[in-house]
Design a protein around this ligand. Structure first.
Ligand SMILES: *Cc1c(COP(=O)(O)O)cnc(C)c1O
Length: 379
């Protein structure tokens, strides 16, 4: 008997809800023809600011450029050190290396998977002792949960560093009284299709309350332009968000809060049915997640078998991330805090993400949970 395969993220279900409105938006752009920085781009930036409460929003071509541009704006130089977790997507550290600066890899907490502030404090001390120039911290809101910014910002103030939030997975989440987009000097997010707020291709945005940072980012986005198009006051790049993508995002943003509520319900339900057999996601008090992923831990030795068993039963899973960055060929020569990053390494062997999206109904979720529980028991 063959079983039907479930989607890991069901974008078709979302299309069934708002596809007509999205398509109408795309056709409007096709008709007015302002494909580059058209009116939808400005409208989206205003909508995003209204949603999260940031003063400035600069939409960009993707989340990686959203991370790189604030580093460029701050004039990051070779020899400067930027602290980031090792258990993250490569883009977090990649942008630091682009500028010839040094990503210093910090360990994460075993329960939240986010940057460990004790490890961060050690990293700052060690970097100074080595003669590096600590400049910034990039905290990652992994799987949608904001990092512990109160503690991170206290450390940043103590050492004169600035903070960027890699919110590629967390737009729509909150940290205590603050919404993601208003935390740190600057926040970078991604609209890659599988993120909680995704477009129909690549996209991203940068948020800041700092007027000078915002002006510099707007200039960088268009080749470092000055007072007019053919005045170049700095080395920039081409990092504009397409008007077509802005049109898609305008419609999707209207239902984002509702979708995050739905994700929250799915996550709670998963946890209530799984907490007795595996470690389930742990949120800090007064923090909400955007639930980009729902990730549990399974015994390392059994993970491959569990994945295979679930796949046979039509249940897709993902491993985010199978290798921490300090173990990747491209990044292995950069400094790591202490004698290694044991938590990042263990998590890479144990994490398993289950299907997560706002349209996961109870019956489907029950099927995923019972298949998973059975696989755990059998293996
Ligand atoms: C997706 C992601 C990025 C990069 O975003 P792109 O839009 O794909 O460039 C950066 N950091 C993290 C943590 C991500 O998950």
């Amino acid at each position: 008997m063959s079983v039907s395969s479930l989607p890991f993220i069901d974008l078709n279900a979302q299309r069934a809800r708002i596809g007509t409105a999205i398509d109408a938006g795309l056709l409007r752009v096709a008709a007015h023809g302002q494909y580059i920085l058209g009116p939808e781009v400005k409208a989206l930036e205003a909508d995003l600011n209204a949603f999260c409460g940031a003063k400035h929003c600069i939409s960009v071509a993707n989340g990686t450029e959203a991370l790189a541009m604030p580093l460029m704006a701050k004039g990051l130089k070779p020899g400067d050190a930027v602290f980031c977790p090792s258990f993250t997507f490569a883009a977090t550290a990649e942008v630091v290396a682009w500028l010839g600066a040094i990503p210093v890899f910090v360990d994460v907490h075993p329960d939240t998977f986010n940057i460990n502030v004790d490890s961060l404090a050690s990293g700052i001390r060690e970097a100074k002792a080595k003669g590096l120039h600590p400049k910034a911290i990039i905290a990652v809101d992994l799987f949608g949960q904001p990092a512990d910014y109160d503690a991170i910002e206290a450390l940043a103030v103590e050492h004169g560093l600035w903070v960027m939030s890699d919110a590629a997975q967390s737009f729509g989440a909150t940290y205590r009284t603050r919404k993601v987009g208003t935390i740190g000097l600057v926040t970078a997010t991604s609209f890659f299709p599988s993120k909680p707020l995704g477009c129909y291709g690549d996209g991203g945005a940068i948020f800041t309350d700092d007027d000078e940072m915002a002006a510099t980012l707007r200039s960088l986005r268009v080749h470092g332009q000055g007072s007019d198009k053919y005045d170049n006051v700095r080395i920039g790049l081409n990092a504009r968000l397409d008007t077509m993508q802005a049109a898609v995002l305008i419609e999707k943003l209207k239902i984002l809060a509702d979708e995050i509520d739905a994700r929250e319900r799915v996550a709670q339900r998963y946890s209530s049915m799984l907490h007795d057999v595996v470690p389930v996601p742990h949120l800090l008090p007064d923090i909400s997640s955007a639930w980009a992923q729902y990730t549990v831990l399974v015994p390392a030795a059994k993970r491959a078998l569990i994945i295979a068993r679930l796949k046979e039963q039509g249940v897709p899973t993902m491993v985010y991330y199978p290798k921490p960055l300090h173990r990747q060929t491209a990044y292995r020569d950069f400094p790591v805090v202490g004698n290694g990053l044991p938590v990042s390494e263990r998590l890479a062997d144990e994490v398993l993400s289950l299907p997560m999206h706002p349209y996961l109904d109870d019956a489907t979720q029950d099927r995923i949970v019972s298949t998973f529980r059975q696989a755990l028991k059998d293996l």
